[in-house]
Design a binder for this molecule. Sequence first.
Ligand code: NAD
Length: 260
Amino acid sequence: MLNGKTALVTGSTSGIGLGIAQQLAAQGANVILNGFGDVTGPTSEVLAASKAHGIRVGYHGADMSKPAEIEAMMAYAMAEFGGVDILVNNAGIQHVANVENFPPEKWDAILAINLSSAFHTMRLAVPGMRAKNWGRIINLASAHGLVASAGKSAYVAAKHGLVGLTKSVALETATTGVTVNAICPGWVLTPLVQKQIDAKAEREGISLDDAQRGLLGEKQPSLQFVTPTQLGDLAVFLCSSAASNVRGAAWNVDGGWLAQ
Ligand code: NAD
């Protein structure tokens, strides 16, 4: 379904981004990976997921907190792949502390990586998408893009901002073949969440299993983690023609979190 398209997924060396990259590859899209850490493993996983599609997998290590590096990544995508057809703004970090103890440098980093990076990739990708009259932009917000939790002021501010940014650009492109939407996951068991489970176990003097159950029980009525593959499948749907009039949505996949 996505043969000949190129998907850039930021923060795709791990977790949700890697899951989305795999599902897009399975539909035949070329993939540009981005993120820190090992690249060989994620590249092999994406190639394996693409089965017989014969896709190309690229990588650019831009730090999403640095606009000049984002510009270099978009130039790489243009030079090596002829541009970006599917842009998935997924890179994100977390830090948990009450506002009076929140380190200002963590605030700046969360706003830069979780929100401003999407502004930069979008401003650079939209002209090419408009020219082709086809494009898909998918922003990984969060249940925290729609409701708040204590201790997550920067994350909640960035994710609410990302939902607003999604709606605004969706309106700007509403008469074109470019759609812009946000996915708002609940808990997904990735390294980002594992750190919070570890911290809860340590803080409360409980086992990791109890901390995991407690974390789900506080917010997620299904008591099950959402999986990166499920989010990848939603991204594939948003790329389909069936979704061509899904615009400016903030689609929660959260085991019932927001129904409460
Ligand atoms: P993760 O920690 O597993 O992966 C984050 C990815 O981003 C990694 O590839 C990492 O290398 C990359 N990254 C981090 N800082 C970067 C930077 N400065 N520049 C480039 N890449 C960078 O996290 P995850 O849980 O897969 O989260 C992915 C996205 O989904 C984030 O935006 C997160 O806020 C969002 N999200 C996660 C959950 C969850 O429960 N895990 C829930 C809702 C939303």
